[in-house]
Design a binder for this molecule. Structure first.
Ligand SMILES: Nc1ncnc2c1ncn2[C@@H]1O[C@H](COP(=O)(O)OP(=O)(O)OP(=O)(O)O)[C@@H](O)[C@H]1O
Ligand SMILES: [Mg+2]
Length: 377
């Protein structure tokens, strides 16, 4: 053994001070030596131990349980060490013990060493870890079940709602086109309310359908050559009225070059719309919304920043989960909070091989949403 001779003179001190128990016995199972740790652990005196037979020092229950006496005899007879086992002691203590034959210079075995380690704390920790693991597994199973119920609900509800909505929508169109007779002013006003409510309901149902398509991996993107700059402009135009209502300033920063890549125009526009709607929605009056496009070597980087309420670091990932809204549904006066917009945006961006994330210095400091689209292919 390398270096062992350098510590030879300290042997005694080392053996006495290690926090494990060492007991040396002879063939008659008489204890010849026990180190300090054993006296500390057992509370016994030296004279009650040294020179005594093992069965007078260890409890009979312990010997019977472990058959330690037989194992020691085996070690004497065969010269083979007993590599160890765990042992439960009354009072909830756990030990790990080993038996090691000590070979004389003529290779005969006249003494064996019993090594015992108190592993109570370790065992307790192990049990705690195992307990926590089981709890975690149960919680996960419950969550999964809940999630599956939710997914099933979204899928069925959105499919069921689509047909009646299509019918309502087509009747509304017939009224709007005057095909069902002329309407007076009062009727016209009511019709306008029905139109905006129906449009809202259609977009909710579409969002639910998209979410369930994303989950069932039935979500398809139809790629063709697109110009992200043009899409950004048109999405911002459509958002203009909503932004004006809150007196937000909106600006687009990009170079006069095409931002071309392969992608699904409608879907990429949806990503812009979802992010812009949020920027408008979660920014108090007279805010600033900036969209910026950058051409990078392998990707196009889009950022949409607002001077709004901001998002705490702890929420940066969660807001992309379905139905997640910061502070629950009731925190703001905004009633239109389904918590699906970002889930869908992430689904679309990832289906294009890109990434989407948020940066914000926290509540009150505004937010910047980024997404990337790979160039080429
Ligand atoms: N620009 C933003 N500034 C501050 N908080 C935001 C911003 N965008 C999103 N959030 C937070 O993230 C949550 C999730 O956004 P997401 O767009 O997925 O859902 P939503 O806006 O609540 O509803 P919808 O499904 O109609 O989009 C929001 O409820 C809001 O708490
Ligand atoms: Mg939203």
């Amino acid at each position: 053994m390398k270096g062992i001779e350098a510590v030879g003179i300290y042997q005694e001190e080392i053996i006495e001070s290690i926090p494990s128990t060492i007991i040396v016995l002879d063939r008659g199972l008489v204890i010849l030596y026990a180190n300090r740790n054993y006296y500390i652990k057992s509370g016994k005196k030296e004279k009650e131990v040294v020179g005594q037979r093992l069965d007078r020092v260890f409890s009979s229950v312990l010997i019977e349980k472990t058959k330690i006496d037989e194992k020691i005899r085996d070690a004497f007879n065969t010269g083979i060490p007993f590599s160890g086992e765990q042992l439960r002691y009354p009072g909830g203590f756990f030990f790990f013990y080993k038996i090691h034959p000590l070979k004389e210079s003529d290779r005969s075995v006249r003494k064996v060493m019993l090594l015992m380690e108190d592993i109570t704390e370790l065992t307790r920790l192990e049990e705690e870890v195992r307990d926590s693991y089981v709890k975690l597994e149960n919680a996960y199973a419950e969550l999964k079940e809940e999630d599956e119920t939710k997914s099933y609900f979204i899928s069925t509800a959105s499919h069921e709602l689509r047909t009646p909505l299509t019918v309502i929508n087509s009747y509304l169109e017939m009224f709007e086109d005057g095909l069902l007779g002329k309407l007076n002013n009062n009727q016209g006003e009511k019709l306008a309310i029905m139109r905006s409510q129906t449009d809202h309901m259609i977009s909710l149902v579409e969002d639910m359908l998209d979410t369930s398509r994303l989950e069932s991996r039935k979500f398809k993107v139809q790629k063709q050559i697109i110009d992200v700059g043009e899409i950004a402009k048109s999405a911002m135009d459509e958002m203009g009225r909503l932004a004006d209502m809150k007196e937000h300033s909106m600006s687009l920063k990009m170079e006069k070059i095409p931002y071309q890549t392969m992608g699904d125009e409608q879907r990429i526009k949806q990503v812009f719309s979802n992010l812009l709607t949020n920027a408008v929605k979660y920014t108090p009056h007279k805010g600033k919304i900036e969209v910026e496009l950058k051409q990078e070597k392998k990707r196009i980087l889009v950022s949409i920043s607002d001077s709004g309420i901001g998002i705490n670091e702890a929420e940066h990932e969660k807001i992309f989960e379905k139905f997640y809204t910061v502070g629950g549904k009731s925190l703001t006066k905004e009633s239109e909070r389904m918590g699906l917009g970002l889930t869908i945006a992430r689904g679309i961006v990832e289906a294009h091989g890109g990434n989407i994330w948020v940066e914000s210095d926290g509540e009150g400091y505004g937010s910047t949403f980024y997404f990337t689209l790979p160039k080429g292919d």
